[in-house]
Design a protein around this ligand. Structure first.
Ligand SMILES: [Zn+2]
Length: 262
């Protein structure tokens, strides 16, 4: 048998298997327009040309590209984290992802040991392509360097100094935690995944970001989340002045019993 035929014959079953696997995955991932898939909300894919690079030194590994509106708050947050945690740097593992990239992250059809075999389980921790907040250019997976002993993209990040700092401070820079512990969306707790919505709707670019995440924010609120209205103390409340003859609740004290006259 000619060599060419031998190659064709031996490769055919594998190719067919890949084709069948890809077809099965495609059928599993088809959802009506606007419908959620395995709990995930559909998102469009922003045009890569509109994005900008994250501050130098921020990205770990692959380049980090973001919506331009995110850059100011992110830069301020990196500086604030540096000041609060000397020796530790806030870094980004993953920022904008194309749908094609998300497809590779979610599943590689036909690959041995592929999570495609059980996309529902896979979707608990990774959004299917077309359903990731990373496609919007507003989401970042954070980590810290040097490494703390907690692996990247692990729930233990919430217990690290940087993870705790983000939970306490990230909302002051317009970031909120998309998938908190026990979220009703059914997505795994991701203390590293934050989306930018601006500190207030008046911040440049915040309205557009909030429009993108309107459905997620109304149906599955982040925790911590950026409040709808910024709370601002306009004036110091008056300090209560103790009144003679009044107890702590302000009620008049009973009159002291007077000694009886002899
Ligand atoms: Zn993420």
């Amino acid at each position: 048998m000619p060599e060419r035929d031998t190659v064709t014959t031996t490769r055919l079953p594998a190719m067919l298997l890949r084709l069948v696997a890809a077809t099965m995955l495609a059928s599993l991932l088809i959802a009506p327009a606007g419908a959620r898939l395995y709990g995930h909300i559909p998102y469009g894919e922003v045009a890569p040309a509109t994005l900008v690079a994250a501050p130098p030194g921020f990205a770990v590994g692959q380049p980090c590209r973001l919506q331009p509106a995110v850059l100011g708050d992110l830069t301020r947050m990196i500086g604030a984290a540096r000041a609060a945690l000397p020796g530790s740097e806030l870094r980004g593992i993953s920022c904008y992802r194309t749908v094609m990239h998300q497809d590779r992250v979610f599943c590689e059809a036909g690959r041995a040991g592929s999570p495609c075999v059980d996309p529902a389980s896979r979707a608990e921790s990774v959004a299917p392509p077309g359903f990731s907040e990373h496609g919007t250019g507003y989401a970042i997976d954070f980590t810290a360097r040097p490494e703390s002993g907690c692996p990247d993209l692990d729930a233990c990040f919430a217990m690290t100094a940087m993870g705790r700092w983000l939970i306490a401070n990230a909302t002051h820079y317009g970031f909120e935690l998309s998938f908190p512990q026990g979220n009703a969306q059914g997505v795994t707790w991701e203390p590293w995944h934050w989306r930018w919505v601006g500190t207030s709707a008046a911040e440049p670019g915040a309205r557009a970001a909030r429009a993108v995440f309107a459905r997620a924010r109304s149906q599955f609120p982040a925790r911590p989340r950026v409040p709808a209205m910024a709370v601002r103390v306009m004036a110091q409340p008056p300090v209560p002045v103790p009144v003679a003859g009044a107890n702590e609740a302000g009620a008049a004290l009973p009159a002291e019993p007077q000694p009886h006259s002899p």
